[in-house]
Design a binder for this molecule. Structure first.
Ligand SMILES: Nc1ncnc2c1ncn2[C@@H]1O[C@H](COP(=O)(O)OP(=O)(O)OP(=O)(O)O)[C@@H](O)[C@H]1O
Ligand SMILES: [Mg+2]
Length: 350
């Protein structure tokens, strides 16, 4: 029996899973990054089953037949629809692994800081449902700091911000220990939403979230720039419901995003207010470390630098920082033990 158990441990998979509001990423030791897909699920109510997940489901968002509905099982970082979140993760894993190979896996699962025990347990239960024998939970900004290779183990103070699609999160470290974490449910999706509302107000047309996200990524900026740019976009007139085209300028997009951007920067400031004065020198010298997809908004670092007077160091592959950190954790679980929780570590009995 013990021999069987150790064989299973030897051949079991080590996985890192980051189910985010907008994207899900999966890492496996031998194949490295194996999946990075939108966290979307299309359900056909005619067939009564999930029709598509990930990229395919995202493509259908806003353009599917009436019997199909596209859902995001996570909202502001937490699981809103457990069954759909579980089904989504199972299908993602089926795309890259033989399900049987997953039985007995060790899984490092990213959870948002500030999630309640019930919310954390939902992540853990899903990890167990997909075959996890041992599940480690790690808060997103901690995973991001580890993924960015920040010097959290040295004696200095380090402030890491993770800016995601549905959340703005922070972790402050001192002397190798975690001092505090913080999470506010505002993120990149709020910027996209603000663009949809702004275009409706300024141009009286309704645009879909694909168009709004494209505008944000290609033309959006958090800080004024000299670049003058405008683009023709298509939407539906709020006056007569007919398709219409309008030109939208980059300065308009920036103005539309201003309110949620202020909320995000204010969240960051409120974290800095909680940091003890003894860390001021370290923070002033090393700056603020930024990662997450939302930190990629053009001019975001400049905006934060302008408001806080502190330099920002942005991770180049910011959207991958959490999953990279979770991957390091699963491969060095002893080293990072103090940064994870595994309240319900289960032994695999078969
Ligand atoms: N180049 C870019 N410019 C602007 N926004 C971007 C860019 N790249 C990605 N984003 C935004 O980043 C967000 C996704 O980031 P990320 O994958 O870190 O979030 P998530 O894990 O899904 O969310 P969360 O962790 O908050 O639940 C989306 O809102 C996306 O629009
Ligand atoms: Mg995330």
């Amino acid at each position: 029996m013990n021999f069987l158990k150790s064989l299973k441990t030897l051949f079991s998979l080590d996985l890192a899973v980051d189910m985010g509001t907008t994207r899900t990423k999966i890492y496996e030791k031998t194949q490295e990054m194996v999946l990075n897909e939108p966290s979307f699920v299309a359900v056909s109510y005619r067939e009564g089953e999930v029709q598509a997940v990930g990229r395919e489901a995202y493509k259908m968002y806003g353009r599917c037949p009436p019997h199909v509905e596209v859902h995001q099982p996570l909202e502001h970082g937490v699981i809103e629809n457990f069954d759909l979140a579980e089904e989504m993760l199972k299908r993602f894993l089926d795309q890259v692994f033989n399900r049987k190979a997953l039985l007995g896996a060790r899984i490092a699962m990213v959870v948002p800081s500030g999630a309640t025990d019930v919310e954390k347990k939902a992540f853990e239960d899903i990890a167990v449902q997909v075959g996890g024998r041992e599940v480690m939970l790690v808060e997103a900004p901690i995973a991001a700091a580890i993924g960015m290779n920040l010097p959290i183990g040295d004696g200095k103070g380090t402030v890491a911000f993770y800016l995601g699609g549905g959340t703005t999160q922070a972790a402050v470290f001192i002397g190798g220990d975690l001092m505090l974490t913080h999470c506010n449910p505002v993120g990149g999706e709020d910027l996209t939403e603000a663009i949809i509302n702004g275009v409706r107000k300024n141009h009286q047309i309704l645009i879909g979230s694909h168009t709004a996200e494209q505008l944000k990524i290609s033309m959006g900026s958090a800080y004024p720039s000299d670049r003058d740019e405008s683009r023709e976009i298509y939407g539906k007139s709020v006056v007569d419901g007919l398709p219409r085209a309008v030109f939208v300028a980059n300065w308009e997009i920036r103005e539309m995003m201003e309110a949620p951007l202020n909320q995000i920067v204010n969240t960051m400031k409120s974290v800095l207010e909680k940091v003890p004065p003894d860390l001021s020198e370290d923070i002033k010298k090393s700056g603020l470390f930024l990662s997450g997809g939302n930190a990629q908004v053009e001019g975001f670092s400049r905006l934060v630098e302008h408001i806080t007077g502190l330099k920002c160091v942005k991770s180049k592959k910011g959207q991958m920082s959490c999953i990279r950190g979770a991957a390091k954790i699963i491969m060095n679980s002893r080293k990072y033990r103090d940064f994870t929780t595994s309240s319900h570590s289960r032994q695999f009995n078969a």
